[in-house]
Design a binder for this molecule. Sequence first.
Ligand SMILES: C[S@@+](CC[C@H](N)C(=O)[O-])C[C@H]1O[C@@H](n2cnc3c(N)ncnc32)[C@H](O)[C@@H]1O
Ligand SMILES: O=C(O)C(=O)C[C@]1(C(=O)O)C=C[C@@H](O)C=C1
Length: 240
Amino acid sequence: MSKDNIYASQQAVKDFTFDERVVEVFPDMIQRSVPGYATIVSTMGKLAGQYAQNNSNLYDLGSSLGAVTLSMRRNIDKQNCQIIAVDNSAAMVERCKLHLEGFRSDVPVTVELADINEIEINNASVVALNFTLQFIPQPQRFALLEKVYQGLKPGGVLLLSEKVKGENTLVDDLLIDLHHDFKRANGYSELEISQKRSAIENVMRPETLNAHFERLSDIGFQHTQVWYQCFNFCSMIAIK
Ligand SMILES: C[S@@+](CC[C@H](N)C(=O)[O-])C[C@H]1O[C@@H](n2cnc3c(N)ncnc32)[C@H](O)[C@@H]1O
Ligand SMILES: O=C(O)C(=O)C[C@]1(C(=O)O)C=C[C@@H](O)C=C1
């Protein structure tokens, strides 16, 4: 696994994108940046196994290198299911396809290069958005999640992980400090932490948990729950 040293040298920091350089180091980057990432991915697989329905689609939206797709695929024991993985980074999609070829399974997977705001979602039992919604411009989030809701079958689930904002400045600062300590403990320098922070601040806009739950409720989800949180990283389930 290539080591993430993208922000190790002093640079004129540009907005973060999922380009070739990021793709190359992505497994290392996400593991050292997101507390609980491995637990979250494996649990999303378990949840997908539990909520997958016969003759249905499972979606992995913002699939990157396919970690959630692989985890879901390992756990599906229902008949006639297929996984649709979607990402709008050509570099990610290309590498994801190669990566998936390395594993054998009877569950068909298609990997699509597309904007998740543009795709159709239908006959879905599970829709996963693992740290993807935070990169969608805020005004588009309601319509995207409403489309997910409409595409879900009764009893289907949305699995949503997000970096969240604390409910007020005091606790938000605390969560940010705890997260930065986590990054330090994983070998990131002060320069790397601050340059990465500048790189993502215009492209990744976290919201509070309250804002997430209010929107899910406005859309129609009646059963919502946080099932994992470590600092400002949170995983939710919403059942239709
Ligand atoms: C933090 S990564 C997701 C990590 C991945 N789900 C995992 O569990 O390893 C966010 C991904 O969302 C993708 N993305 C961002 N905006 C998108 C959009 N509008 N349509 C499709 N993919 C998008 C990015 O290219 C990136 O691969
Ligand atoms: O590195 C950070 O500080 C993050 O907020 C983590 C985060 C994410 O939440 O998706 C940001 C961008 C990269 O995709 C990997 C991880």
